[in-house]
Design a protein around this ligand. Structure first.
Ligand SMILES: Nc1ncnc2c1ncn2[C@@H]1O[C@H](COP(=O)(O)OP(=O)(O)OP(=O)(O)O)[C@@H](O)[C@H]1O
Length: 577
């Protein structure tokens, strides 16, 4: 947490918070002495003018206390909130730029908890640190010295109380500390199940698994509630315990103090002041103990945040990057092997192919054969395990990721749309595009008709594009891809959600577009009809290329391609029957 504080707190604002707190504590410590003076020198000696002058002094000191408290609260609150804001922003920036394989290590739910709940823990503790952590030690030491000056004998009473309090607080902390850490882990689990339930709500209903999912959620919810209850009960016990010890201390002070007054060894005013100091001492001690309960919890949160911030991006720009050539588009896979993270199995092995400007490469193969893995290597979403990928003659590792991404426009298998308008979503592809260019891209993607029906480019896109059908979402994503000026257009199974007729019309429009004609198009598909026109078709099976050529060559010679063809002709017959 110290590391985060050093990085995200502004030093002069922290100094200002400390100075204001010192002023507030000084005023709090001085007030009992003024009270004692009023009683002993004013009331006892019937000196009205002294009472008035000390009364005004008291008000002035109290006023300084209020102003100082205000100053401290202002700096403590703004600094802790700003620190939270900066951490959230840093986490988001990190997450946005991290490679998929690095993000996979944390999981979405945990990243969301870290960016919300964990940051709030740190924020809350930071405001306490900037207030109590400064106030408590000064108040504790100051009040102890002043109490000792008022009466060294009575000091023994609160020293005993302090000992009792220390033992009680240690016991509470011993139980509460581990529980706080447990609670944080359980928050992660709860968010994970909740998120899975939310994203899979339709599947849950369709499979009648509502009660199963409900009981799974309840299991984690119960665990969380149980730990939360324990934590709350234990920490809440601190307050009545403290009131009890405080009352005991006051009884002790009054008991011994009264005896000392009767023996004329203590003035009444000093007894009153002493009682106030004793209360201040015990409260300061209590504050410090509470902080030591909360700090480990925030410490656990800080560790979870640092874990994300410290992740080394496994895909970084090389040191000797060059600017990619933008003349003739080309793509080359040279003996490429690829496996995910620490897995042993290669998802792709020995992939070789070349394509140049104006060509279409299609990739076909059974589920899990490695089609998406292959196309994800082109924009370097993952790095190859062996071999090399060259775009326009330059290795993807020898150009910056920014330059590389400028050359490629991709539609992922799962269409992703952002909340906003259709226009805003389209401009993701090309922020300078005119309305005419957007409509042109929409018409190639066969999306213009339904966008017009919805109300044009300003029509709303709800969260996840949920106000559009699966096929409509795909078409909007395809239009966004087309709108970008790129050398390589990649469509990862983007036509699967379209009916045969729309699929055919879309590809026809795509092939006749001037911009696309000059580029390389890479299409991943399941249907032979989608890939039949391609210049080069790669047939994948188990991560290996088991056939390559055009439709005519493959349908004559390749058993894998012929098997896919046969199954789809049979499927077509079945559908026609
Ligand atoms: N993030 C990942 N981590 C580990 N293994 C993965 C990951 N994504 C895919 N795989 C594995 O890699 C192999 C190829 O998956 P890939 O998604 O590339 O296949 P695909 O041909 O695109 O399948 P589909 O047609 O179902 O989309 C599969 O065995 C899969 O289990």
């Amino acid at each position: 947490m110290i590391r985060l504080a050093k990085k995200y707190l502004v030093w002069w604002a922290v100094v200002a918070a400390v100075l204001f707190m010192v002023a507030q504590v000084s005023s709090d410590l001085y007030l009992p002495t003024v009270t004692s003076n009023i009683i002993d020198k004013g009331v006892a000696q019937n000196n009205v003018s002294y009472i008035w002058s000390q009364g005004f002094k008291m008000l002035a000191v109290a006023f300084v206390g209020v102003i100082s408290a205000g100053g401290n609260i202002f700096f403590a609150a703004t600094q802790s909130q700003k620190m939270g804001k900066k951490i959230r922003s840093a986490l988001y920036r990190k997450i946005i730029y991290l490679a998929d394989q690095d993000l996979d290590k944390f999981g979405d739910a945990s990243l969301i908890t870290r960016n919300t709940n964990d940051v709030v823990q740190i924020q809350n503790v930071m405001i306490q640190v900037l207030r109590m952590m400064v106030m408590a030690p000064i108040m504790l030491v100051g009040a102890m010295i002043l109490a000792f000056v008022k009466s060294p004998h009575l000091t023994v009473v609160f020293l005993c109380s302090l000992l009792v309090l220390a033992v009680s607080v240690s016991i509470v902390m011993m139980f509460a500390g581990p529980l706080f850490r447990k609670l944080q882990g359980q928050t992660d689990k709860l968010n994970l199940v909740f998120r899975e339930g939310l994203t899979g709500v339709r599947v849950i209903r369709a499979f009648n698994r509502d009660s199963y999912e409900q009981s799974r959620f309840d299991k984690y919810n119960n665990k969380y509630a149980k730990t939360g209850t324990k934590v709350f009960m234990i920490t809440s016990l601190m307050f009545p315990l403290m009131t009890f010890i405080l009352s005991g201390t006051n009884v002790g002070i009054v008991w011994f103090g009264a005896k000392m007054i009767s023996h004329n060894t203590l003035a009444v005013g000093n007894l009153v002041a002493f009682m106030t100091y004793a209360t201040q001492i015990l409260i300061s001690f209590m504050m410090l103990s509470m902080l030591f309960v909360f700090i480990p919890r925030a410490q656990a949160s800080a560790a979870r945040i640092n874990e994300v911030l410290d992740v080394k991006d496994s895909i970084v720009d090389g040191e000797n990057v060059v600017e990619p050539k933008s003349s003739d588009a080309s793509i080359e896979f040279d003996h490429v092997d690829f496996k995910y993270g620490d897995t042993d199995k290669l998802s792709l092995s020995d992939i070789n192919f070349k394509a140049k400007s104006g060509q279409t490469v299609a990739i076909i193969g059974e589920t899990g054969s490695g089609k998406s893995s292959l196309v994800n290597l082109i924009p370097r979403l993952y790095d190859v395990t062996n071999g090399e990928i060259k775009i326009n003659g330059t290795s993807v590792k020898d150009m910056t990721q920014k330059d590389l991404h400028k050359l490629i426009s991709i539609t992922q298998q799962k269409a992703v749309l952002f909340t906003g308008t259709v226009r805003e979503n389209m401009l993701y592809g090309n922020e300078n595009a005119t309305d005419d260019e957007i409509w042109h891209a929409l018409s190639i993607a066969r999306a213009d008709d339904f966008v017009k029906e919805e109300g044009g480019l300003d029509s709303r896109v709800e969260q996840n594009g949920d106000n559009f059908s699966g096929g409509q979402k795909q078409r909007l994503a395809i239009a966004r891809t087309i709108l970008k000026n790129a050398d390589i257009y990649v469509f990862d199974d983007s036509f699967s959600a379209l009916d045969f007729k729309t699929d055919a019309l879309l590809r026809q429009a795509l092939n006749s577009d001037e911009k696309i004609q000059k580029a390389i198009t890479v299409i991943v598909a399941q249907r032979i009809s989608t890939v039949a026109d391609a210049d080069l078709i790669l047939v994948l099976s188990n991560g290996k290329v088991v056939g390559s050529g055009n439709h005519k060559e493959l349908s004559e010679n390749n058993p894998y391609y012929r098997a896919i063809l046969a199954s789809q002709i049979k499927e077509g017959d079945d559908q026609n029957a």
